[in-house]
Design a protein. Structure first.
Length: 393
């Protein structure tokens, strides 16, 4: 038996012994998935699952042990993922700390920042949000106008951020600020800010789906220590682009939803005519098969990229391909689900619709924002043309 086989057996046994029964089923709501932080209370089994996994560093299995991670190799982390999937276990922790700011700090943070923030991310003690977009700086992100004026050992920050996902539930924000108004890209710095700082105000924005995960964030004379600058003052644009690579990988990975594959077939067999379990509509069978094949191609490509990240290489411009394709694939999947359910897939509330059917409607509406958030599809196409394909401006 190889060392990896021995590791697999040990992992399986430990997971089976320590995972609460309640985390061995798909989450029914957002509260069943732990984002960590101080502002949300999670059910006891969810908290216990986080605790036991964090004690081993397995919420961030490939991060160095010195920062609270598991110190696993890429092959060992893959084994851990496979054994969790075999036992149908939910992730113990999700969020921007693990997928965005944590990987960025490992690449670009100084030692003080790593030791201050990474262990708290691993333990789920702090939830993060992102302060990039502004009312006048969406697609043209380098046009950020939130000002940071140095005053001794602090920056005094004033401005507004928008589309701050889960800003009302976050404890800390990573944000772009303008430290030099005389230049565009070289005048931007990357800051880490405590959301409890005086002068921070957050207001949720209601979406077409009825949910309010996005927020507006208003910053009025907020004092942020200069030591919270990641990289050098004025070097924030390069840091921002590095983080966008992690973000676009994360967004694409979010839409790698294996449960939706079986769900599509179950929906089709429930709402459509079948012959011995076989869907009789040949066109629909073709659409289902195409989504399956496209998702498989996406999964394999993401796996290759994930291996590169775990080997310590920063994400490249190909992350824009993942973001573009993953979000548009998710939209196609949601459209197909609503089409399959027919009139039962366009309910909003009231009698005559099950909770699952109402979820189809709201998920479909929510998916319309997928190709806007994290950089619009049009922006991704420009990046792909210029930096991946090498096409002229």
């Amino acid at each position: 038996m190889s060392d990896l086989d021995t590791f697999r057996a040990e992992v399986h046994r430990w997971l089976d012994d320590n995972a609460p029964d309640e985390v061995r089923t798909p989450p029914r709501s957002e509260e069943d998935v732990c984002w960590g932080g101080r502002k949300v209370r999670y059910p006891a089994p969810v908290k216990r699952w986080l605790q036991v996994m964090a004690e081993r560093g397995w919420t961030a299995p490939t991060w160095p042990e010195a920062y609270g991670g598991g110190g696993l190799s890429a092959d060992q982390a893959k084994v851990l993922r496979e054994e969790m999937a075999a036992l149908s276990l939910r992730p113990p922790l999700v969020g921007f700390g693990l997928t965005m700011i944590g990987p960025l700090l490992l690449q670009a943070g100084n030692e003080e920042q790593k030791r201050e923030h990474l262990p708290r991310i691993v333990r789920g003690e702090i939830r993060w949000c992102q302060g990039y977009s502004e009312p006048g700086a969406g697609s043209d992100l380098a046009n950020v106008q939130t000002r940071a004026v140095r005053d001794g050992d602090d920056f005094v920050v004033t401005g507004q951020k928008v589309w701050t996902s889960y800003g009302d539930r976050a404890d800390w924000m990573f944000l772009l600020v303008r430290t030099d108004p005389t230049v565009k890209h070289a005048g931007i710095s990357f800051l880490l800010m405590d959301m409890e700082s005086p002068g921070v105000a957050v207001r949720p924005i209601k979406l077409i789906s009825g949910a309010s995960p996005f927020c507006e964030t208003f910053l009025t004379d907020v004092r942020v220590p200069v030591r919270n600058v990641v990289g050098d003052v004025g070097a924030g644009w390069g840091i921002a682009k590095m983080l966008l690579g992690f973000e676009r990988n994360m967004i694409a990975d979010v839409f790698k939803t294996r449960e939706d594959r079986s769900r599509l077939l179950k929906l089709a067999r429930r709402y459509l005519r079948t012959d011995g379990g076989r869907i009789t509509d040949a066109v629909l069978r073709d659409r289902l098969t195409q989504v399956e094949l496209d998702q498989l191609c996406m999964d394999l490509t993401l796996a290759r990229s994930r291996d590169r990240l775990k080997a310590g290489q920063p994400p490249g411009p190909e992350a824009s391909i993942f973001k573009l394709y993953g979000t548009e694939l998710n939209q196609r999947r949601r459209e197909l689900m609503v089409s399959i359910a027919g009139p039962q897939g366009i309910g909003w509330e009231g009698a005559g619709f099950s909770d699952e059917e109402l979820g189809l409607t709201r998920d479909w509406l929510r998916s319309r924002g997928n190709t806007i958030e994290g950089g619009t599809s049009e922006i991704q196409l420009n990046i792909i043309a210029k930096h991946v394909l090498g096409l002229p401006d």
